[in-house]
Design a protein around this ligand. Structure first.
Ligand code: ZN
Length: 225
């Protein structure tokens, strides 16, 4: 058997389905939205899974966590439409309290088996690297869910038929095997980020800053086959 080559980038025709698993609304917009648009533009089916709905992301003393979560889910829906994603699933865990549990792993196994991605996009959980704790946890649990649990028939048998995800691309970590130029879709990426109105100060300032920092997305590649 010849060795399998890693995916070359979002244009790789072997990628027909992709799944982004993140901790919070707007994580995708920060770290991989340009890559998502490059894939959806050529017809790749992309789904999103959000572990939390970002119910702690405010300094407004009059806003409850529940109301904020509803607002942020609506913002995420609008952003997902801009990015061309097919479905957003909300696991509604508590923001800033994600922990590595077998229950969370089972929820992600179910989502992976339902979405059946060729490519998983999630956080790089490399230890010793400054990260929001939810980012570290969701990256690690998503990888463990994809390999080996979603692959193995006897793991979480109630969570649907087994599925092999070929590869993971991990963002926000120290290793950058794959650098994707997303300058061709940068304005769309910024439009999607601006849908997160509750997390946006001055939209003009943000657009200007993102034109400087948003044109490249970087990933560590992990073979899961
Ligand atoms: Zn986050």
């Amino acid at each position: 058997m010849s060795p399998k080559k890693l995916f070359s980038g979002p244009a790789d025709r072997r990628i027909q389905r992709a799944l982004c698993i993140v901790a919070h609304p707007d994580d995708i917009d920060f770290y991989c939205a340009g890559t998502v648009v490059q894939m959806t533009a050529r017809g790749v089916h992309v789904d999103f899974v959000l572990a939390t709905s970002g119910d702690k992301g405010t300094s407004d003393p009059d806003l409850t966590g529940e109301a904020l979560a509803r607002t942020r889910e609506a913002e995420q829906e609008a952003s997902a439409r801009v990015l061309g994603a097919k479905h957003v699933e909300y696991l509604r865990q508590r923001d800033a309290e994600l922990t590595e549990t077998l229950v969370l792993r089972g929820l992600l196994v179910r989502e992976i088996r339902r979405s059946r991605p060729d490519l998983l996009l999630t956080f790089d959980p490399t230890p010793g690297y400054r990260q929001h704790p939810d980012h570290r946890v969701i990256g690690r649990v998503a990888l463990d869910a994809a390999w080996p649990c979603a692959r193995d028939r006897l793991s979480y048998p109630e969570a649907g038929p087994p599925h092999v995800t070929a590869e993971a691309w991990l963002f926000a970590g120290p290793r950058h095997d794959l650098k994707i130029d997303v300058s061709d879709v940068l304005e769309t990426k910024i439009d999607a980020r601006l849908e997160h109105r509750s997390q946006t100060g001055n939209p003009r300032t943000l657009r200007g800053r993102w034109r400087h920092i948003g044109a490249e997305e970087r990933f560590a590649q992990v073979d899961l086959r």
